[in-house]
Design a protein around this ligand. Structure first.
Ligand code: SF4
Ligand code: SF4
Length: 344
């Protein structure tokens, strides 16, 4: 397997055409008003090659908002587990979202393994796409070290002047190269041009907050009594949008739904949010996090402290979706900088 291939830009429409004949392909598509969504495509004209993070991350394919886990029949005394999955190619995944998928992979492969998630993940091929510049002012991917590729893809496209240089990372990626039959070997000139893109990125991407990556966890660990949470307490609407759009938030609820025959039904898993009032309620009506400020603090600790202890990585990719979507204009970079200011 030669690691780098070249796809001429003029051949890109054919590439999508041939790929979508064999696979269901989803890619970022403009929804107008500077918003984008991963949507099924069969033509390159539909794809937004330059886009800010989609409304929902590719998480929606790995962990659907609602899925059936089992079906049951009381009179027959049966309970059957259900696996829901489909073969899929996701084209155009930015490096921040590759990092988000890696976080989900880690969590759902932890014990006990989540077979529903793993069954889906094993059927999804990922084609990454490099950002040569910032998406917008909400991004903080440099400080989270997710502005460049760190694996987690089958193929990875970097745009050069006349072509895309494509890193082939897996045998499945190699299969796409063979299937479409449009790629040629990268020459030393192509590799040099790629190095130029990487060097240019180093000048563009700078730490977006006033704290070094390594100091984020100690700062959050000291933040329990901070005034910053009091401020968020007053502003947060508890809508849960920030967690829904987050590529690394994975909390869910499981509910049993019975049909009108009162005999058969389904066990459903659906997204939940630590920002919902009921999320931390236990039997007897007590809640561990009754106040909105406490719930916001918890959200941030679940990004910058707890996963560092358990998985040795931050669970924020710096995609900026939480800040972009928040109606109360609660901004992740501002929260981090406000905490940093208190610590000075
Ligand atoms: S931080 Fe913003 S998006 Fe998140 S729950 Fe509060 S108001 Fe909603
Ligand atoms: S916390 Fe915000 S910036 Fe970080 S990964 Fe989640 S949505 Fe993106």
């Amino acid at each position: 397997m030669k690691q780098f291939k070249i796809l001429e830009k003029k051949d890109f429409p054919q590439f999508i055409k041939r790929l979508s004949k064999k696979h269901k392909v989803v890619a970022p598509v403009s929804r107008g008003n500077k918003s984008y969504a991963f949507t099924q495509v069969d033509s390159s004209d539909q794809i937004a090659m330059k886009y800010i993070p989609t409304i929902l991350p590719p998480k929606k394919y790995f962990m659907p908002q609602r899925e059936t886990l089992a079906q049951y029949n009381k009179s027959k005394k049966t309970f059957q587990t259900v696996l829901e999955f489909e073969e899929l190619v996701i084209f155009g995944v930015h490096t921040c979202d590759l990092a988000g998928i890696q976080c989900l992979n880690i969590v759902f492969s932890d014990t006990p393994k989540d077979i529903n998630y793993i069954a889906r993940k094993n059927r999804i091929l990922i084609i990454g796409l490099e950002c040569n510049d910032y998406c917008d002012e909400y991004a903080s991917c440099k400080v989270m070290d997710s502005h460049h590729p760190n694996g987690g893809y089958d193929l990875f496209f970097t745009e050069l002047k006349e072509s895309f240089i494509v890193h082939v990372n897996t045998l499945e990626g190699e299969g796409i190269i063979e299937l479409t039959g449009l790629f040629k070997e990268a020459t030393s000139n192509h590799l040099k041009e790629r190095e130029g893109v990487i060097a240019a990125k180093k000048k563009i991407f700078k730490d977006e907050v006033d704290v070094h990556y390594k100091d984020l966890k100690p700062m959050f660990d000291k933040s329990a009594g901070s005034k910053v949470w009091e401020d968020l307490e007053k502003r947060c609407l508890s809508c849960g949008n920030c967690t829904n759009v987050c590529p690394t938030c994975y909390c869910f609820d499981i509910i049993d739904e019975i049909n009108l025959d009162l005999d058969t039904g389904y066990r459903i898993r659906q997204w939940d949010s630590c920002q919902n009032e009921d999320f931390a309620k236990v039997a007897g009506g007590e809640s561990f996090r009754e106040e909105r400020g406490q719930r916001q603090r918890h959200r941030y600790m679940r990004k910058f402290s707890y996963p560092v202890e358990r998985y040795a990585r931050h669970f924020c990719t710096g995609c900026g979706r939480c800040s972009r979507t928040c109606m109360a204009k609660i901004n992740l970079k501002e929260t981090i900088n406000a905490l940093a200011k208190e610590n000075r």
